[in-house]
Design a protein around this ligand. Sequence first.
Ligand SMILES: N[C@@H](CCC[C@H](N)C(=O)O)C(=O)O
Length: 289
Amino acid sequence: MSTRIAFLKGHGTENDFVIIPDPENAVELSPAAVAALCDRRAGIGGDGVLHVVRSAAHPEARAMAAEAEWFMDYRNGDGSVAEMCGNGTRVFARYLQRAGYTGEGDLAIATRGGVKSVHIAKDGDITVGMGRARLPEGDVTVGVGDRTWPARNVNMGNPHAVAFVNDLAHAGDLLSAPLVGPPSAYPDGVNVEFVVDRGPGHVALRVHERGSGETRSCGTGACAVAVAAARRDGAEPALTGTPATYRVDVPGGTLVITERPDGEIEMTGPAVIVAEGEIDTEWLESAAR
Ligand SMILES: N[C@@H](CCC[C@H](N)C(=O)O)C(=O)O
């Protein structure tokens, strides 16, 4: 029998998501169902899915329920699970605001990367406390065609390889994943950022995301880039005692990233809900077969 599942569509700097409100965790989202929803021709289309579940109702989030009522069960467009999604966190917060679960001001959201503090400002922008970066030891490289660049291994809950390049066009068409080495540095795959300078404290990136391909923006990627840029520029906040702020232009807009001397990173940017509707479960079941 055909029933309906509610959905919304939203984006943060054009990193776009299918949002499935499911407070009691009643909707089974198999990897194939997620991939079908994210399909841009045969489905709704998106870089990923934001499954909105009460923390108390999800086995992966129950332990965070006292701190954060809502769990962002994030999936990449190919159906794989990721630890964290920065743009997704802002869009998730925007959905909670629109649904009346929260207002302007502060809230906490549980993610696989831990509880994130979020601030919804009056002017519309949303700031997420992204936590601290980890910088695993060891050299890594990123390659496209016959070019190879040294890169920075930055972990923002999820893995990133950040390569500074002379020209974003050198990343090529990004229809397939760049070569990242050594493979032992990223046993679970990696998101790859290509970065150019635009001016003091101002960079631009292109990104190839694990599980989604090239996207128009990546929030964790922008944070990883700001962390790598601060170290390259001799502006590491823990050493200078001064916060480092970078404006990070992405193909879909701009994010502002600040790292404080205690290592805590904040990301600020827009989040927009563009549509809402219903999914035919009969279609979803057959598309996911
Ligand atoms: N677009 C996201 C990151 C989503 C997860 C990533 N593809 C991964 O697999 O780690 C962001 O805004 O951070």
